[in-house]
Design a protein around this ligand. Structure first.
Ligand code: UD1
Length: 376
């Protein structure tokens, strides 16, 4: 009997992380990978379009949890996942990243008791965290709380970079739990590189290669406060006089822009192209052909480092410091971002290099780690 492995997918940044692992596990005869979608992200272009691009089947299990406050969202996923796990009795659960569903499923799984019928001596599924050990050291970010709590509870911690290992060791984690598997996002990119390169999204939107910026902004700290959001929009408008901006707008950001008159001003600006959230292939085509990215996302800091494209991250800290110390990412504020844009346009910005194990082979390494855990 193959082992049942739940892959938890919840929000847009998760889908790229489970896809390569799902495809790899399908090749292994001891594995029965099951995709569990919690429903945290539910819009077609935030969810279904990613499943299509990443060649994932429809989720085998859908928890339909939807949106809400942090506690509501986390609680709904916990209740639904506990029930599902008791019914389907997975041998192992893979949680990825740092969204509310990551901690919700971890917390639910950690307290399950299958009784004597469970295959694991734990009487519950083994819990593995892919993208473990990342820390921003900023507990005002919900993601940091999710990362910390998930890593305390998970049985196996798979890290993308040496700083992840160091943080876990510093927190007193048993080193036997830690395996550096590399960055799974790079596997998704490599899996779809041909399609991404052949696409012509940037031309469809009227941009030319290497002469536009891609902006994505959705962090509560940047977009929830009307004054900060206004300052941000004013800054983007000034930057757009130097380089046109493609701006796929996250639903959170759109809601906040629509509450004010900011959306009208952005829409009236011919150098700022407001777009719906793009599916994975189209979005990566936009990034690949851009001059720079302006973002507050986690994943884009990594993707641009891999592609050696300058990235300006509008945050005071990052849980992915290797993208700054080694890669092409720089943290910036609303006050200094224009100077960095100038550096990039003048060819004075750092070039960066690609971190070790960001090589497109993270999924096979992770599948090997799963096999070791299950057969131990
Ligand atoms: C979540 C993650 C964040 C991740 C981001 C990527 C947490 C705490 N946050 O933030 O780490 O970087 O996803 O997108 O888990 N909405 C829609 N349609 C959707 C999804 C959301 O309209 O498909 C709306 C929701 O109703 C809500 C808002 O967008 O009003 C925010 O959604 P939510 O999932 O709570 O958080 P994100 O900001 O997307």
């Amino acid at each position: 009997m193959p082992y049942t492995i739940h892959l938890i997918a919840a929000a847009r940044p998760n889908f790229m992380k489970i896809a390569p692992l799902y495809h790899e596990l399908c090749k292994r005869d001891w594995a029965n990978p099951v995709i569990v979608h919690t429903g945290q992200h539910y819009d077609i272009n935030m969810s279904d379009a990613f499943f299509d691009d990443l060649r994932l089947p429809s989720p085998h299990i859908h928890l339909g949890a939807g949106t809400g406050s942090h506690a509501e969202q986390t609680g709904r996923v916990m209740i639904a996942y506990e029930k599902t796990a008791m019914e389907t009795k997975p041998d192992l659960v893979v949680v990825v990243g740092d969204v509310n569903s990551t901690i919700a499923c971890t917390l639910a799984a950690a307290k399950i008791n299958y009784g004597a019928t469970g295959t694991s001596s734990l009487h519950r599924p083994i819990i593995a965290h892919l993208e473990a050990g990342l820390r921003s050291f900023d507990r005002s970010m919900p993601e940091e709380i999710n990362r910390l709590a998930t890593d305390v509870l998970a049985d196996a911690l798979w890290t993308p970079s040496p700083d992840g290992d160091e943080h876990l060791i510093n927190e007193g984690v048993n080193p036997d739990k830690i395996t550096r598997v590399g960055n799974i996002m790079i596997d998704s990119f490599e899996m779809l590189r041909d399609k991404i390169e052949q696409h012509h999204t940037y031309e469809d939107y009227g941009f030319s290669k290497g002469s536009y910026a891609v902006a994505t902004l959705h962090r509560p700290a940047n977009v929830d406060d009307p004054d900060s959001l206004k300052k941000l929009c004013d800054t983007l408008e000034r930057i757009s006089t130097k380089i046109p901006i493609a701006f796929p707008v996250h639903p959170r950001t759109r809601k906040n822009l629509e509450k004010t008159d900011l959306i009208a001003s952005l829409e009236a600006n011919n150098n700022i192209h407001l777009l719906e959230p793009l599916n994975y292939i189209r979005f990566m085509n936009m990034v690949l052909n851009s001059k720079m990215a302006i973002t507050d996302s986690g994943g884009i800091q990594e993707e641009t480092t891999y592609l050696k494209i300058p990235c300006l991250t509008l945050r005071p800290n990052t849980e992915r410091p290797i993208t700054v110390t080694q890669g092409s990412n720089e943290l910036c504020t609303i006050d200094d971002i224009e100077a960095y844009v100038g550096q990039i346009l003048n060819g004075e910005f750092k070039k960066g290099s690609v971190p070790e194990l960001w090589d497109g082979q993270t999924a096979p390494r992770t599948a090997d780690a799963i096999q070791t855990l299950l057969q131990a």
